[in-house]
Write a protein that binds this ligand. Structure first.
Ligand SMILES: Nc1ncnc2c1ncn2[C@@H]1O[C@H](COP(=O)(O)OP(=O)(O)OP(=O)(O)O)[C@@H](O)[C@H]1O
Length: 684
């Protein structure tokens, strides 16, 4: 291996203690990015920097109400390794003896990012960038070996609050506007000592600083709903994290799906944020050379192993020192790095340019040997130096996050009270779901069924008792199925949002849960009330106000119980297909065991009716509709007691309070079950 003059250049590759001391700006001039990069004197292209500065409309650094809260974080990670259990394993990197049942996703990854620096993680698809970023954000489930420290301390809930994490997919409510999205986030994330107005002002400030003013009142949108552009949506996601003025900002592929100009503007924004005193780490797939020159440091991964970690501006020098030179001088370093990380490097010496330009090696063995060579070169030369760099600067560790002067409220895991969280989540839920709940389609669906059934049962009376009882049974089944099939979607659909927001410690699970349940109530109760009102009077049921009101109350009770079952199924399975299948089986069983279709059920299976809420609902409806002494015309002028009618006799009328109690137990029990299932879900 060629011996490089590593002694002289390595300090700038890894970032020497003196050269990397960041210049921490707590205030930045609006619309400028400081051209002088901290920690590096020669990894930036000044012309480009100044161009970017002019394009950059947003360099948020000063958040008026949070001026005190930016505590710079030096993030150090050393020898990170992460494996997952698999049936077959094939990976290598630094370890030679691996269990056949595990797969190494990361191995021997080290690096440092200091306040003021922008570090990019590069590598081909599947090389482990997201996994590394997730680990740095303290969000990786499973055991990771090595060390990750934040100002010398391990991950903690205090650190968690200082980290902003922007996921690759924008998890946002599509029907909220940009302003609403950021305002609700501000209400949930900003400390309770700020007033409502200050929180709104903070959201407004972020909107201005991220250049979102033009679309502040546009709805965010999503895959199926037209909304703001992809770049604007990404900036909203970043804005949500900036609200808390994070000291460490982690972003997963923030430029994916953006055109090069928008990507450049976004990266300029990130660079501005770094220059404001933050440590910024981003994964990026295929940066243009203009983007590449904005990075202070890069970590390049190949199959989870580093082939480079250090100053972005020194990478070509390092690669040349081990015999890798691009075919032409102006080649984008990022392209060159990605080729190498994929094992594509025919030009392994400067005389090989022609070969490099003409094509890529197709043989897997060639690619593997290039990767192995790069990994082992890194291991021999750069890795020890980076470790030195990590240890040399341990005085960073003295600046503990939330040090002695931190207030008591800082130590509290939650920034807002339970009640505030409940209120904000309740309002946000109503706002987001107003379209869904009061959608014309849903109202049309319910109204058309109610009018149709009113017409079908038009002025039925006890002379057609079978029909009338059928209407009551239909009430219990329709208002069992309908809320159930709506409620099973709730938690599986909300899961990504819950994961994202709970990872940022925005709110307690209980406040979310109660807000969600309470938020669903108005709609869940309004539609059945209208339905029953229409069908009851059209269908000729007992013209008594008390009976009518009791009928409505029983149906609403039934709705709440069936909604609870739907919530529980959704929370337990967290999978729409499975939950839908199971709910249809359950409802079919309840339908059959309800007592309307079949009365001679064998004793060994007749207990099914006792677990069916539709059975209790149907029974209660019959009980309030007909008095004990009521008779009906059972043919040829003969009058029979209603309670002797086969479909009613089977129900065994009486025990009204027990029926109410059974529904009450289900009402509470299903909801407790749903909550416990959510609590036990490790990802939430
Ligand atoms: N829980 C898991 N189960 C199975 N494989 C996993 C798991 N987590 C990560 N991997 C695998 O680890 C590798 C690294 O994944 P990761 O998402 O970190 O890559 P990446 O570099 O971010 O890829 P991309 O650029 O395509 O997003 C991939 O091959 C992925 O399939």
């Amino acid at each position: 291996m060629p011996v490089l003059e590593l002694e002289t250049s390595i300090s700038s590759v890894t970032g020497s203690p003196t050269s990397t001391r960041p210049h921490v700006n707590t205030r930045m001039e609006n619309s400028t990015v400081h051209a002088e990069p901290p920690g590096s004197t020669n990894n930036t292209n000044p012309a480009l920097e100044s161009r970017v500065s002019n394009q950059n409309h947003s360099t948020p650094s000063q958040l008026p109400f949070l001026r005190e809260s930016l505590r710079p974080i030096t993030l150090k990670f050393e020898d990170l390794a992460y494996s997952i259990n698999l049936q077959s394993g094939e990976d290598h990197c630094f370890t030679s003896h691996e269990s056949k049942r595990t797969r190494t996703i990361l191995s021997g990854v080290s690096g440092v990012v200091r306040p003021g620096e922008l570090l990019a993680m590069l590598g081909p698809s599947g090389s482990g960038k997201t996994t590394l970023l997730t680990a740095l954000g303290g969000r990786l489930l499973g055991k990771i070996s090595g060390s990750i420290t934040y100002n010398g301390q391990p991950f903690s809930s205090l650190v968690k609050r200082k980290i902003g994490f922007v996921t690759q997919d924008d998890v946002l409510y599509p029907h909220l506007t940009v302003l609403e999205t950021l305002t609700y986030a501000a209400m949930l994330r900003l400390p309770k000592n700020l007033t409502h107005e200050e929180k709104v002002e903070q959201a407004e400030l972020i909107i201005t600083e991220l250049g979102l003013t033009r679309c502040r009142n546009s709805q965010v949108g999503g895959p199926l709903i037209r909304g703001v552009s992809g770049g604007e949506r990404k900036r909203v996601s970043i804005g949500q994290e900036l609200l808390v003025n994070p000291s460490l900002l982690l972003l997963d592929e923030p430029t994916s799906g953006l055109d090069s100009t928008t990507a450049l503007r976004l990266m300029a924004t990130l660079k501005g944020l770094a220059r404001g005193g933050r440590s910024v780490v981003t994964t990026i797939h295929q940066p243009s050379s203009r983007l590449y020159w904005m990075f202070d440091k890069v970590v390049v991964l190949s199959d989870g192993c580093p082939i480079y970690s250090g100053q972005a501006g020194r990478v070509m020098e390092y690669l040349a020192s081990i015999g890798f030179v691009p075919g032409f001088n102006s080649m984008n370093p990022a392209d060159f790095l990605l080729d190498l990380a994929s094992g594509v490097a025919l030009g392994t010496n400067p005389d090989d340019h022609q070969q490099y330009n003409q094509g890529t090696p197709d043989r897997q063995e060639d690619r593997d040997s290039v990767k192995l060579f790069l990994i082992s070169s890194y291991k021999k030369t750069l890795h020890p130096l980076i470790k030195d760099d990590i240890h040399k600067n341990n005085h960073d560790t003295t600046r503990a996050i939330g040090g002695p002067q931190s207030s008591r409220s800082c130590e509290n895991r939650w920034t807002t009270s339970w009640w505030t969280q409940f209120k904000v989540l309740f309002k946000r839920g109503l706002r987001e779901r107003r379209h869904e709940s009061y959608s014309g389609l849903r109202i049309f669906q319910v109204m058309s069924v109610s009018i149709l059934s009113g017409l079908l049962w038009w002025h039925s009376d006890t002379s057609h008792l079978q029909d009338q009882v059928g209407l009551l049974f239909f009430f219990s089944i329709f208002w069992g199925f309908y809320p159930l099939s709506n409620a099973i979607f709730t938690f599986p659909q909300e899961r990504p949002m819950l994961i994202r927001e709970r990872s940022s410690a925005m709110y307690r699970l209980s406040s979310y849960y109660f807000a969600r349940i309470a938020g669903d109530l108005p709609m869940e109760l309004v539609l059945p009330t209208i339905f029953v009102t229409v069908t009851y009077w059209m269908g000729g049921l007992k013209p008594s106000l008390i009976t009518f009101v009791l009928t409505v109350l029983i149906i609403l009770f039934n709705v709440l119980v069936s909604q609870g079952l739907g919530l529980a199924l959704g929370a337990i399975l967290m999978d729409l297909k499975q939950a839908t299948t199971l709910s249809s089986v359950i409802m079919l069983v309840f339908l059959l065991a309800g007592g309307y279709y079949i009365q001679q059920i064998p004793p060994f299976i007749s207990w099914l009716k006792y677990i069916s809420f539709s059975h209790y609902c149907y029974k209660l409806l019959v009980e309030v509709q007909y008095s004990e002494s009521e008779v009906y015309d059972c043919g040829k002028g003969i009058h029979c007691r209603v309670s002797d009618f086969p479909g009613i006799e089977y129900l065994g009328l009486g025990h009204l309070l027990w029926d109410v109690a059974a529904l009450g137990v289900m009402l509470v029990g299903y909801r407790i079950l749903a909550y416990v299932a959510l609590r036990m879900n490790k990802s939430l």
